[in-house]
Write a protein that binds this ligand. Structure first.
Ligand SMILES: Cc1ncc(COP(=O)(O)O)c(C=O)c1O
Length: 380
């Protein structure tokens, strides 16, 4: 039973980090309301330009959500009914749903225990004549090892689309993760590191032609390209979301510094074997800690210990996607041992830009001690 007198430490705080820009958002809302330009105005255009620059790609297109972004990017990359798309089973449902909605087949490959991202060494074995694309997901803001993924893709003439919904600001090998693939998709869902106040998404394009196609499709224009007739649809980013996201973007670096500091505090207590290890020893990598995770074979005990101290924790992707109802539409390549283990063992700790560092020390010390005891009592 948790102590009702203790102020709980939540997993997120969507309000406090927003407060420094509240007045600016309210003024922006007044301006927006009186502009009469409610759809695809200057806010969306400017946000697209700013985020494309941040991401070091020529173009970005604002769309209705991260899910919509995935659907459009895969479609524009040429994924058609019956094609296979290789991806990770340790991700949010939307990654798989977008593939299935295109009548294509998600093919799950196991993850690496060190970073919970798709294991590049297992991708080649999953390739068949039907494979069209690889869809890596830098989960929890940790970069996937993109170079070997891009090499397998080049060897088999596959497209790569990155689902970077959780990875705004993440770098791989010295560059933004969203610049590595043909297209990368982002979500502005309010819990994300660069948040809106509702739904929203963006597609980062290395090819201006892809961006132009998406701009037309998102606004109901049918387009014929490479022999395919695309149906137009409504998948526009709201002007009001773009206004808020532009303001939050100005504070992103400060907020990220606070998240980094919380992660560094946790790292100082938590044994290396129980937390994230970035690819290539971390050189050129930037992790943005959408979530901070620890691994424990006694997860439920740890949940209860922290809950009794008023600390909320999160369990993600349990079970992983290959055990979902929609797995009926999917294929599995090889054993998914690590994805299953992650589903059983991974626990996320509170992390956000407003988390008091004293709380991070308190949580880190408790979790570190628990994990050290677990290691000492586990036969080797
Ligand atoms: C990995 C991943 N992909 C896709 C999405 C879908 O984004 P949205 O909620 O904006 O549709 C999310 C999150 O919400 C996500 O975490």
């Amino acid at each position: 039973m948790s102590n009702p007198k203790v102020k709980r430490v939540g997993r997120y705080d969507l309000i406090t980090p927003m407060l420094p820009c509240k007045d600016e958002i309210l003024a922006g809302f007044e301006r927006f309301l009186m502009s009469g330009r409610y759809i695809l105005g200057e806010e969306v255009r400017q946000l697209e330009e700013d985020l494309a620059n941040d991401c070091q790609v020529p173009a970005a297109v604002g769309v209705a959500s991260g899910s919509s972004a995935l659907f459009l990017a895969l479609s524009v990359a040429g994924v058609r009914p019956g094609d296979e798309v290789i991806t990770t089973p340790y991700t949010f449902d939307a990654t798989m749903e977008a593939i299935i909605l295109l009548d294509a087949v998600p093919v799950f490959v196991d993850i690496k225990p060190q970073d919970l991202n798709i294991d590049p060494a297992r991708i080649a074995a999953a390739v068949t004549p039907k494979t069209r694309a690889i869809l890596p997901v830098p989960i929890f803001g940790a970069p996937c090892d993109m170079n070997p993924i891009l090499e397998v893709a080049a060897a088999h003439e596959l497209e790569v689309i990155t689902d970077m919904a959780q990875a705004w600001g993440t770098f791989y090998d010295g560059r933004p993760i969203g610049s590595c693939a043909r297209m990368s998709t982002l979500s502005f869902y309010p819990t994300k590191n660069l948040p809106g106040i509702g739904d929203g998404g963006m597609i980062f394009c290395r090819d201006e032609q892809d961006a132009e196609l998406i701009r037309r499709i998102r606004g109901h224009q049918p387009v014929r390209m490479n022999g395919h007739l695309y149906t137009g649809w409504n998948s526009r980013l709201d002007e009001i979301q773009a206004m808020v996201i532009r303001i939050r973007r100005e504070r992103f670096a400060d907020e990220q510094r606070d998240r980094d500091q919380v992660a560094a505090i946790y790292d100082s207590y938590i044994p290396a074997a129980n937390r994230l290890q970035t690819p290539n020893g971390g050189a050129g990598m930037k992790v943005t800690y959408h979530q901070y995770w620890v691994r424990s074979g006694r997860r439920q005990e740890l949940v209860e210990l922290l809950d009794a101290e008023g600390i909320d924790t999160g369990v993600y992707y349990a079970p992983p996607l290959h055990k979902h109802q929609l797995a009926e539409y999917c294929r599995v390549s090889g054993p998914l041992t690590e994805a299953d283990r992650a589903g059983r063992e991974i626990l996320t700790l509170p992390i956000h830009a407003a988390l008091p560092f004293a709380d991070a020390h308190r949580i880190g010390a408790m979790v570190g001690e628990f994990l050290a005891q677990e290691a000492a009592s586990t036969p080797t």
